[in-house]
Design a protein around this ligand. Structure first.
Ligand SMILES: NC(=O)c1ccc[n+]([C@@H]2O[C@H](COP(=O)([O-])OP(=O)(O)OC[C@H]3O[C@@H](n4cnc5c(N)ncnc54)[C@H](O)[C@@H]3O)[C@@H](O)[C@H]2O)c1
Length: 368
C-alpha cells in the first residue's frame, strides 16, 4: 500500500443494506487530504471552520485554501478539548454563522479531536435544523471513533453528552500527518478503542499490536495506518447497519459501562481510552466469572493493553460510587445493568442483569 494513496471506507446511512444511499459518506484515510475538502462541500458557498486553539495553524491553512478556491470561509476558534463542548461555545458558533449569513446549503468543517468534532457536528445539526458537516479529526480517538458514525453533542452541568443529535457527516478526512503533533499519551489512549474493535470484530488488529507494539504507537508507521483503517472499517460496518444504537451498535460499547463509571468517579481526569482499557479488562473478567469468556482471552486483554502502556487496574476503594455511576449510565435500561462480554475474539454477546456478586468479584480482579 502506498503511503500517498488515500484509502476510502464507506459508511452507510444506518439502514440495513444501505451503504450507498443519499446519507452515506466516505471516511478517507491518508496524508495531505486538504485537496479533498471542496469535493465534499456539495455546493456550499460559505464554510465555517471550527477548530481548537491548539490547531490554529491548521484551521488557518484550511481557511486560506478554501478562500483561494472561491469559498467564503470563516473561522470559529474554540477552547481546547472538553472546554469547547457546552452550549455557550455552541451559541458562539451559532452567532458566527448568523453574522456571516449562513444558509441551509452552507457547511461546517470540524477540525480537531473528538471534543471539537462533537461540537462542530452539534452546531451543524442545529443550525437551520441541519446543515452539512465535514469532519477533519486530528486525534487517533476522533479518527477511529468520535468523527465516524454521526453522534454529536455537548455536555451540561449535569453530565457528559446529555444534549445532542444523530447527524451523520458528509465526509470524514483523517489526515495522518496531523498525528505527528499529538501527545503520546493521547495517541496511546486512542489505541484502546482500536484494540476494542480488534476484540469485538477484527483479530488482525490484535495480531498487529502483538507483533510490534512499538510500531503501533509510531504515528509515521504503516502499521498504525493499517490499525486505523481496520478500526474505522469495523465502526463503519456497525453503524451502517445500526445508526441509533438499537442493537448491533451496542457492541461498540465493549468495556464502556465500567469505563464511563471510572471517568465519572474520577471527574473526567482520566483519558477516555485509559478508562476503556480497564473497562475491557473488567468486562473480560465479568465474562469469565459468568462462564462466558475463556480465561486465555482474559489474559490476552492484559497482554495486549499492557504492551501499549495502557492501565490494567483501578483503585480498589470505589465500588459504591462505581456501581451508582453504572446504574445511571445512559445505556442502562430500567434497573438492569447491561454489559457486552466476549465469547471469543469477534464474538461479542450481551450479559444482562448479572448476579451482583459477580460484579463485585470482577471489580476485585481489576483492583491491585
Ligand atoms: N461522537 C462520538 O461518537 C464520540 C465517540 C468517542 C468519543 N467522543 C468524544 O470525544 C471527546 C474526546 O476526544 P479526543 O480524545 O479526541 O480529545 P479532545 O478533542 O478533547 O482533544 C484533546 C486535546 O488535544 C488537542 N489536539 C487535538 N488534535 C491535536 C493534534 N493533532 N496535535 C496536538 N494537539 C491536538 C486538543 O486541542 C485538546 O487540547 C470526548 O468529548 C468524547 O465524549 C465522541
Amino acid at each position: 500500500m502506498s503511503v500517498s494513496t488515500p484509502t476510502r471506507i464507506r459508511v452507510g446511512s444506518g439502514q440495513v443494506g444501505d451503504a450507498a444511499g443519499p446519507n452515506s459518506y466516505d471516511v478517507v484515510v491518508g496524508s495531505g487530504l486538504l485537496g479533498e475538502l471542496p469535493g465534499l462541500l456539495a455546493g456550499a458557498r460559505r464554510v465555517l471552520v471550527v477548530h481548537p486553539r491548539a490547531l490554529r495553524t491548521t484551521g488557518e491553512a484550511i481557511r486560506a485554501d478554501l478562500l483561494e478556491q472561491g469559498y467564503e470561509a470563516v473561522l470559529a476558534e474554540v477552547p481546547d478539548g472538553e472546554d469547547a463542548k457546552n452550549s455557550q461555545v455552541a451559541a458562539f458558533c451559532w452567532g458566527v454563522l448568523g453574522q456571516a449569513g449562513f444558509t441551509r446549503s452552507d457547511a461546517v468543517v470540524g477540525v480537531g479531536g473528538g471534543s471539537t468534532t462533537d461540537l462542530a457536528g452539534f452546531v451543524a445539526a442545529t443550525w437551520l435544523r441541519g446543515v452539512r458537516v465535514i469532519q477533519v479529526p486530528t486525534t487517533l480517538l476522533a479518527m477511529v471513533d468520535a468523527a465516524v458514525g454521526g453522534k454529536t453533542g455537548v455536555n451540561t452541568a449535569e453530565g457528559k453528552n446529555l444534549v445532542g443529535s444523530f447527524h451523520p457527516p458528509g465526509g470524514v478526512l483523517c489526515d495522518l500527518a496531523t498525528l505527528a503533533t499529538l501527545p503520546r499519551n493521547d495517541l496511546v489512549a486512542g489505541l484502546a478503542e482500536v484494540v476494542k474493535t480488534g476484540f469485538i470484530a477484527d483479530p488482525r488488529i490484535l495480531e498487529l499490536v502483538e507483533a510490534d507494539p512499538g510500531l503501533a504507537t509510531d504515528p509515521a508507521s504503516p502499521v498504525l495506518r493499517e490499525l486505523i483503517e481496520r478500526s474505522i472499517a469495523v465502526k463503519a460496518r456497525v453503524v451502517t447497519e445500526d445508526l441509533k444504537e438499537s442493537s448491533l451498535r451496542e457492541i461498540l460499547n465493549y468495556g464502556h459501562t465500567f469505563a464511563h463509571a471510572v471517568e465519572q468517579v474520577e471527574r473526567y481526569s482520566w483519558r477516555h481510552g485509559a478508562a476503556v482499557s480497564v473497562g475491557m479488562i473488567y468486562a473480560a473478567e465479568l465474562g469469565r466469572l459468568a462462564g462466558r469468556t475463556p480465561e486465555a482471552l482474559v489474559d490476552r486483554h492484559r497482554a495486549v493493553l499492557g504492551s501499549l502502556g495502557l492501565p490494567l487496574t483501578y483503585r480498589g476503594d470505589r465500588w459504591d460510587a462505581l456501581l451508582t455511576a453504572m446504574r445511571r449510565d445512559k445505556k442502562t435500561r430500567g434497573d438492569l445493568l447491561r454489559f457486552i462480554v466476549l465469547e471469543d475474539v469477534g464474538r461479542p454477546a450481551r450479559l444482562e442483569g448479572p448476579d451482583p456478586a459477580l460484579l463485585v468479584s470482577a471489580y476485585g480482579e481489576v483492583s491491585p
